[in-house]
Design a protein. Structure first.
Lengths: 297, 468, 314
């Protein structure tokens, strides 16, 4: 800071300064809001598009000039969507796969990230680099080999095949490791001195401190289950295990190969709704995060 | 050691070959087991792309089939679109878990043939084995002469487009391209529907005079257009044997150049060039319009304008055969699903699959009902005599019953259907000629049209050769 | 030997992940390498009992492809543009969100919405926004039915409409659309991660800065960014990796043509090339291309890691 702050200021100057500050803050806030609202509008647009598409007639959807508001509101699309596809079963399958794979994946991710962030072992750097390297090969190439693996294991048309092959995500391990690394090492050493076991430390300190990241991972993983398409279709496309995206795609494809997009959009909107509610519920946790944990930097 | 194994394998193969040859003096490929279907319990998996309205029809006929063959259990899966079926099946083939029956296009079968897993049908079709059905009646395993003759020839021959003369697929339901035109507009202005490309040019010129702001003709698919023109001119496109990619020739460059000139006069556009569905342009009543549209016969309902509040239509749609180069050599493309049967360790599965495929493709009632539900046309001539279907065809008009009108036009041109050779690489060729046409219609020629077109053709051939 | 006991423990923590990775990732990678070195390998041909010679044929074939250089160039260009833009934007949005009170919840929800928006919808919107519907551009017969929302906005502000993705469009215009689309797609995930990271920063740092009267810009560059550096490193490294694997977004805008109608393949990328090879069942060639791509990403990631090691504060 400059010298001026040391020299005592006269009252008028101080008042002027604070006015100045207030004006500055107002302008700053205005800019922040303008920026956020603009970005929000841009981000919102496809969502809006999904909703209005789901309310259009097929004729209107196929018009050359896209309309921004449905000429005739077709709530019937939602009824069709709900009755055509066996939504209940699809939903249940997706929930089972989503929840189980998220839970297991979280456990594995936490353990692995902890090992990379806090434990010392030979070849740690190398192993981590190798892990990162596996992300760099386009996953489509794995499909054929993995398909033959799960067939050999006799896993086709089971929940296992939908859950197990994708439990480990290097992306998530990496993300969580970054978060773990931020937690001061002193805490860990102190816990060691107190005789706290690693697992207990992980449970009592690391996990609460990384809650926002863990919730982000949960959301991403659930979304993954929701959107996965190619693999489930390949390995478990029977009625009992079919997942939502497959079910939706099949139900609204016409013989000509054309998709009845308005009805498909309606179905998508229907199945997105629970996910959206889950987010609204979890957002509190994402935001509350660490501030309450009382850790001193 | 390795040599020994190899020679042993060769020997076994030869022996097996002799054995199967000795069984009957039959065509190579799948050998029909003695006695045909033995009535054993088999489960047949069937991959298709049907939506729920069509699986409802399918269910009815599976039930009917099961009254005849209660031990053949049909399990079907709707896999998505045609490409999805192809990808799914080709992955499954690599570990030998492919289905028994799949919806297919000739390109797909050419791909599966790399693994030699598609059962050839010649011996099954020719088989005279008698099969006893659950109701006590019998049928021969193969096709009777009447059954064979009932297939629309162009559709039936599609199964033999693979360069070795063998039959690999059976047609299930078909579609083609038809010319949709704005009948109201044509009548008002005294225009006649063009039957040749020459007439087409004249009609486009007239329409452009009447409504300068219109695009007289919209063509859905550039690839179909290019391939159909090759067929109509009788110029080479591809071949299943020898040199595959033959489409770079003077005749083809000439018609491409001609259409480029039409395009520059504002006569026509295509789906990719227009940037939206050409059917959207055709049914439009407010914005820029087209008065003719060439598209799939199965998509007739998309070519009908939205109804007014009182249920009438803003204009009447007419449907005709697409223009030809010459009336003596009429050619229209044959599209739509066929089915193929896969080899299995248990030959009974193949025979059972065949019985089901035969049931679907030769059952007049199924063909009629499936066609009405799907907008496709039946593959049997006698379906037109089916009471329900005949009533359906009679109802044909340019409004509510446009699907019937489209089906009617398709059935009237049954002698004109062609299919292209199928080989590994034929789908690339198809993609490439489509892009080639789009490019040649629009690209900046830099002052030398012929050089630009020649260059584009050469590039397309290069791409085909590369991925082959 | 506390050390060796520790080692033993670490491996127990790692065991589940490593076991699964061995089966579902490492083994496929080994198989990929095998296929890459078998000349003209095709899964279907192999299933049909065909044998393949060992050799480098797949690699030479990939490099000889006439559009190979263009695929590489597109891949690199998209990466170099989209990673910095999306990271900076996401950072600004996350910091802004963190700085406001009213509307905070609503806005957070909005920035999450793309996650529950179906990807088909997103592709359709972007195509519709930039697409010109019409024909005969540049001729006397020119017809434009719709110029697209983006062009409408440009015209509203008095600008000249641009041919973004239709035939006759320029490479620069195509690339611009792709950059906008990819950045848009990348934003929500980055915002989520960075926001999560911001929440972990102790408020005391900011209070200290406020007492000092430090200008906001300096707070951002001197406090927020360094403290957020592990998350930023994560976001940057993973988005470089993702960027090199760009493919589906291009299909979303341009369709399987991978370019405007008059120049199909213009925007094709390395992964696009891999897909093309897979669809003709040339797994050998696809594997070779994947290994080439892998080598490139590896080098970039190593450079990234080295830089982040110097810059990241834990």
């Amino acid at each position: 800071m400059s010298k001026e702050t040391i020299v005592p200021m006269r009252a008028r100057d101080m008042r002027r300064q604070s006015l100045h500050q207030k004006a500055g803050r107002a302008v700053y806030l205005l800019a922040v809001y303008a920026f956020l609202l603009l970005m929000a509008a841009i981000v919102l647009f496809p969502f809006y598009w999904m909703l209005i598409s789901s309310l259009k007639t097929l004729e209107e959807y196929r018009m050359s000039t896209p309309t921004f508001w449905p000429q005739r509101i077709m709530l019937g699309n939602y009824v069709t969507a709900f009755t055509t596809a066996n939504l209940g079963r699809l939903f249940l399958n997706t929930m089972i796969v989503g929840v189980v794979s998220t839970l297991l994946s979280l456990v594995i991710t936490i353990l692995t990230a902890f090992a990379f962030a806090r434990l010392e072992f030979k070849g740690k750097e190398l192993l981590f680099a190798a892990l990162l390297a596996t992300m760099m090969i386009p996953g489509e190439l794995f499909t054929i080999t993995n398909y033959s693996t799960v067939t050999t294991l006799g896993w086709r048309n089971t929940y296992t095949v939908l859950i197990v092959p994708f439990l480990v995500s290097v992306f998530y391990i990496y993300l969580l490791r970054q978060n773990f690394l931020q937690i001061p090492n002193e805490l860990y050493l102190a816990a060691k001195v107190d005789g706290t076991s690693d697992l207990k430390y992980l449970w009592k300190v690391m996990i609460p401190l990384s809650l926002p990241t863990l919730i982000s991972i949960t959301i991403l993983k659930m979304m993954g289950a929701w959107n996965s398409y190619i693999w489930p279709r390949l390995v478990a496309n029977d009625e009992a295990h079919r997942m939502i995206t497959n079910g939706l795609r099949n139900a609204f494809t016409e013989t000509t190969g054309d998709v009845n997009y308005p009805v498909q959009m309606a179905a998508v909107a229907l199945v997105s709704a629970p996910l959206f509610l889950v987010f609204i519920f979890l957002r509190k946790y994402i935001m509350s995060g660490v501030s309450r944990s009382g850790i001193k930097g | 050691m390795l040599k020994k194994i190899v020679s042993l394998l060769l020997l076994t193969a030869m022996l097996l070959g002799c054995l199967s040859a000795a069984q009957a003096e039959s065509a190579p490929g799948f050998a029909v087991p003695e006695g045909g279907y033995d009535g054993s319990e088999v489960t047949i998996t069937f991959y298709h792309t049907m939506g729920s309205n069509l699986t409802a029809v399918l269910d009815t006929y599976i039930a009917e089939f099961n009254e005849l063959y209660p031990n053949i259990h049909i399990e079907y899966t709707s896999v998505g679109n045609y490409d999805d079926v192809r990808d799914q099946v080709s992955t499954e083939i690599t570990v030998g878990t492919q289905p028994n029956i799949a919806y297919c296009y000739p390109d797909h079968v050419a791909l599966y043939n790399l693994a030699q897993v598609v059962a050839t049908l010649d011996n099954l079709i020719a088989s005279q084995e008698t099969v006893t059905r659950a109701d006590g009646t019998t049928e021969i395993l193969g096709l009777t002469d009447e059954q064979k003759a009932d297939f629309i020839e162009g559709y039936y021959n599609e199964g033999m487009q693979f360069g070795d003369g063998l039959m690999y697929t059976m047609p299930l339901s078909k579609s083609t391209e038809v010319l949709y035109y704005n009948k109201t507009f044509f009548d008002e202005n005294g225009l006649t529907v063009p039957t040749t490309w020459e007439e087409m040019e004249a009609v486009c010129a007239k329409i452009k005079e009447i409504d300068p702001n219109s695009i007289p003709l919209g063509y859905d698919s550039e690839a179909n257009w290019f391939i159909t023109m090759c067929e109509q001119y009788g110029s080479p496109y591809t071949s299943a044997t020898g040199d595959h990619f033959l489409f770079n020739n003077e005749q083809n460059r000439a018609f491409v150049k001609m259409f480029r000139e039409w395009y520059q006069k504002g006569y026509l556009t295509t789906q990719t060039l227009y940037g939206a569905y050409t059917s959207g342009l055709f049914v439009s009543t407010t914005e820029t319009k087209s008065y003719m549209s060439i598209g799939s016969s199965a998509g007739a309902t998309y070519q009908r304008p939205a109804a007014n509040a009182d249920g009438t239509y803003p204009f009447e749609v007419g449907i005709a055969t697409i223009p030809q180069v010459s009336e003596d050599n009429r050619k229209v493309i044959s599209q739509g699903p066929s089915v193929c049967i896969f080899e299995k360790e248990n030959p009974q599965e193949v025979v059972a699959s065949w019985l089901f495929v035969k049931f679907l493709t030769t059952n007049v009632n199924f063909q009629a009902e499936f066609s009405m539900a799907s907008g496709y046309v039946p593959v049997l001539k006698s379906v037109s005599d089916n009471e329900v279907y005949a009533a359906f065809l009679d109802s044909a008009d340019g409004g509510d019953y446009i699907s019937a009108l489209s089906a009617k036009v398709c059935l009237e041109q049954e002698d004109a259907y062609y299919t292209s050779p199928a080989f590994n690489g034929s789908s690339t060729a198809r993609d490439q000629v489509g892009m080639l046409l789009a490019k040649c219609l629009t690209a900046d020629d830099g002052g030398d049209v012929d050089a630009m077109i020649e260059r584009a053709f050469q590039d397309a051939v290069d791409e085909c050769e590369y991925s082959f | 030997m506390v050390d060796s006991k520790h080692q033993w423990k670490a491996w127990i923590y790692l065991a589940p992940a490593i076991a699964l990775l061995l089966v579902f990732t490492v083994w496929p990678i080994i198989n990929t390498v095998r296929m890459a070195f078998l000349e003209n390998y095709s899964g279907l041909k192999a299933a049909g009992g065909q044998a393949f010679a060992f050799g480098l044929g797949n690699f030479t074939k990939v490099i000889e492809y006439r559009r190979f250089v263009s695929c590489l160039k597109n891949t690199v260009l998209l990466c170099v543009w989209t990673v910095p833009i999306s990271t900076v934007l996401a950072l600004l949005i996350a910091v802004s969100l963190n700085a406001i009170r009213p509307l905070q919840r609503t806005l957070q929800t909005i920035f999450f919405l793309p996650y529950v928006t179906n990807s088909i919808a997103i592709g359709m919107v972007f195509a519709a926004m930039f697409n010109i519907v019409g024909s005969f551009y540049g001729t006397e017969n020119e017809i434009v039915v719709t110029a697209g929302i983006i062009n409408n906005i440009i015209e509203f502000f008095g600008g000249e409409p641009v041919n973004w993705i239709n035939y006759g469009s320029t490479y620069t215009a195509n690339l611009t659309v792709m950059i906008v689309y990819i950045v848009w797609n990348a934003l929500p995930f980055k915002i989520l991660v960075l926001l999560g990271g911001l929440q972990s920063i102790n408020k005391q740092y900011y209070e200290a800065a406020r007492v000092d009267g430090t200008p906001r810009w300096r707070v951002l560059t001197r406090i927020t960014v360094p403290l957020l550096s592990p998350m930023l490193a994560y976001v940057i490294i993973t988005s470089f990796i993702d960027g090199f694997k760009e493919y589906t977004s291009i299909v979303g805008i341009f369709g399987e043509n991978m370019g405007p109608p008059d120049d199909a393949g213009r925007l094709n990328t390395m992964v696009g090339f891999i897909y093309d090879s897979l669809s003709t069942n040339s797994q050998g060639r696809a594997s070779a291309a994947a290994l080439i791509l892998f080598a490139i990403i590896l080098v970039v990631t190593l450079v990234n890691l080295r830089i982040s090691k110097k810059r990241v504060h834990y």
